[in-house]
Design a protein around this ligand. Structure first.
Ligand code: ZN
Length: 672
């Protein structure tokens, strides 16, 4: 995979705290015509709802968006001036956040231009295209919209979680109208009380309003709120229903259509169950009102649409590892007492994203675990997938600069460029498929959550990572065709150590310790390996009879920059193996004291000197904290009214894509 994509440009542009990236869809060309066509219909369905999130985020967002779109498209004055550029930056931020509040902090941001200049922009654009309400003059319109855009106090925060306030009244989202937090809570406590063990997700697909002292839901369905967009979604979903890959997919999509048509949340549950049972299809869609983070009380779901295809390569890779689960268990360095006799690999899935819309775009998740309803998860399980090509693009986009800064020499840089993404994937597969599934707890000892308590999850991640690190250099992986050579192994392990001892510290604030389990585990392993590999320790550890003079991992300072350079991969593997053995013992026996000692000693504290250095070196690279993506474009080729092929292309410009979407998918009224 890495080689053929060398020429693809993963980065596009940067503004304020945001970087725009691009991703590819490997494997799309190899789909059958039927699959491509299905993907295309679902792609249109996903994008058709893309404006819903704007209105959900804030009731004036669509009006603002249409205004900004119109100016960018039609402003006839100087488009090269600094002021115009500042206006453009504001517009791009609005597009990125699906509204005028920051996508992550949910705080309102305002443009770096004067109100006079904004007026000038409006008056020198295509004034017929602005979203005036009936009988409104352009002057009145300007007054109204300037107030909303420029006053930082007006609707300052989209989601307010500060429980000292009325979180409903102080949140600017468009989920409630005329209601206090108390009224909303009372409304739902009455409904939810007389509940079954299969509760529907109350409030997931509606706006709650109080009109004439009566509380009612404005449901997002055909004939209800967002109807024009929902009708389009249904139009494309129904086309998809006609060419599904099998019956279970057809059943799922039909349920989804019925849900969108009626707004009946029971049908949404039925759809989710049907969707869970559809495991064989190559093409898949996540569609609906899904995540509830935008509502401080967690009822209302944001619209999102994600179309994907199965990552065939990754699926094969995972199967090869999973099929050999018992071999990995039998050959593991852990104590025989703790080995499983019947080891089955855990199933992990990787998908390739074709398009994302709504809440999932331009800023995107890298993993999905759905559905959200707890009773469905308990009874029917969930689909948990990694967005493979998105993760890959993230990695490619940031890595060049980071590699040049944090790799010791050109050899290490080249190795990382060539093999690190592949080795990373194999590491993740081994971690998920073999690592978490291996080993067993001694009879009578409780679960790690009971015995290791607050250290349980860091220890469990450590265990899974060590399994991956121990097996990465094993000949078995070459035999299975998963890794091409030992250079790839080196690249994977070097990346791990670089990250564990240095890079990941950039996310920690000065003065803070490491709290997050995965970060603790990475530092624990790297630091432990570094310490145990110091030349003075080696004879103590009884690892070998040979006299050892050099460190396994050497700390080298060059031009006042610190590097951790791996000098002996063979020995490092032995160290990983010994540590795995101990971590498995801790898990199997529930040794809380030892778990606590290891994590507190190696995983929690930050080396302040290194921390400062990493932060400084990182800051120089100017990498944006938030990143999002331009989507690929699918274009069907028709002959005699029938689709005969679907082409995929990869636009390079964010503004162009946003204007193209505005042209094609502006279905909603701007006053909901
Ligand atoms: Zn894990």
């Amino acid at each position: 995979m890495p080689d053929k994509e060398n020429n693809f440009k993963f980065t596009s542009e940067k503004f304020v705290d945001i970087e725009i990236l691009r991703y590819q869809v490997p494997g799309f060309e190899n789909l059958s015509l039927k699959e491509k066509t299905l993907a295309y219909y679902l792609y249109e369905a996903a994008l058709s709802g893309r404006e819903i999130i704007y209105d959900q985020n804030y009731k004036h967002n669509l009006k603002i968006k249409r205004t900004l779109d119109t100016i960018v498209k039609s402003f006839a004055g100087d488009r090269k001036s600094t002021e115009f550029n500042n206006f453009l930056i504001y517009t791009k931020r609005v597009w990125f956040s699906n509204g005028i509040h920051h996508h992550y902090s949910t705080k309102k941001f305002t443009p770096e231009i004067s109100q006079e200049y904004f007026k000038y922009l409006v008056l020198n654009s295509d004034t017929k295209k602005f979203p005036l309400t009936p009988n409104q003059t352009i002057k009145e319109f300007l007054e109204e919209i300037t107030h909303i855009i420029f006053d930082p106090i007006v609707d300052a925060q989209r989601v307010n979680l500060d429980s000292n306030n009325d979180v409903i009244k102080t949140s600017a989202n468009n989920y409630y109208e005329g209601l206090t937090q108390k009224e909303v809570e009372k409304y739902y406590s009455l409904i939810e009380n007389n509940n079954s063990d299969k509760p529907i997700s109350y409030g997931l697909n509606s706006k709650l309003v109080k009109e004439n002292d009566e509380i009612k839901e404005k449901v997002w369905k055909v004939g209800g709120m967002y109807s024009p967009a929902i009708e389009k979604i249904i139009y494309w979903l129904e086309k998809a229903c006609g060419i599904t890959e099998d019956e279970s997919q057809k059943l799922a999509l039909n349920k989804l259509v019925e849900f969108y048509r009626t707004g009946d949340l029971k049908l949404f549950d039925e759809y989710n169950i049907a969707w869970l049972k559809d495991t064989e299809s190559n093409v898949d869609i996540v569609s609906g009102f899904i995540e509830v983070y935008g509502d401080p009380l967690g009822y209302r779901g944001t619209y999102e649409g994600i179309v994907s295809i199965k990552d065939i390569e990754a699926t094969k890779r995972i199967k090869a590892i999973s099929d050999n689960a018992q071999w990995f268990e039998d050959n593991s360095p852990i104590d025989g007492r703790f080995k499983k006799k019947n080891c089955v690999g855990i199933s992990a899935k990787v998908i390739t994203v074709v398009v994302e819309a709504g809440d999932a775009s331009p800023s995107t998740p890298i993993g999905i675990n759905l559905p959200n309803a707890n009773w469905i998860r308990k009874e029917f399980g969930s689909k948990s997938v990694n967005l493979g090509n998105i993760v890959y693009a993230y990695d490619k986009a940031a890595s060049e600069k980071l590699l040049h800064e944090f790799c010791f020499d050109d050899e290490e840089i080249e190795r990382a460029k060539k093999y690190a993404p592949l080795a990373d994937n194999i590491h993740t597969d081994l971690h998920e498929v073999i690592g978490h599934g291996s080993g067993q707890i001694n009879p009578g000892v409780g679960t790690p959550k009971q015995t290791l308590k607050n250290y349980a999850s860091a220890i469990e991640e450590t265990r899974a990572d060590l399994v991956a690190l121990y097996y990465l250099p094993d000949k078995k992986l070459l035999e299975l065709g998963l890794l091409p050579n030992f250079e790839a192994v080196k690249a994977g392990i070097e990346k791990y150590i670089r990250n564990g001892l240095m890079l990941q510290l950039y996310r920690i604030e000065f003065g803070d310790n490491i709290e997050e389990s995965h970060m603790r585990n990475r530092q624990l392993i790297s630091k432990w390996a570094y310490e145990k590999g110091r030349s003075k320790y080696i004879s103590d550890a009884n690892l070998s009879n040979k006299q050892v003079e050099k460190d396994v991992i050497e700390k080298i300072v060059k031009d006042r920059k610190t590097f951790f350079v791996i000098k002996d991969f063979e020995r490092l593997r032995i160290i990983f193996g010994e540590f795995l053995k101990e971590i498995q013992r801790i898990t199997s026996e529930g040794d809380y004291e030892k778990a606590k000692y290891l994590i507190e000693t190696y995983g929690v504290n930050v080396d302040t000197e290194i921390h400062k250095e990493v932060k400084e070196r990182y800051a120089k690279l100017n990498i944006a904290p938030y990143r999002g993506f331009i989507n690929p474009v699918l274009t069907p080729k028709y002959r005699d009214g029938k689709i005969v092929n679907v082409n995929i292309s990869y636009p390079e410009d964010f503004t162009e894509q946003m204007l193209y979407y505005a042209e094609k998918y502006s279905f909603l009224q701007y006053d909901n």
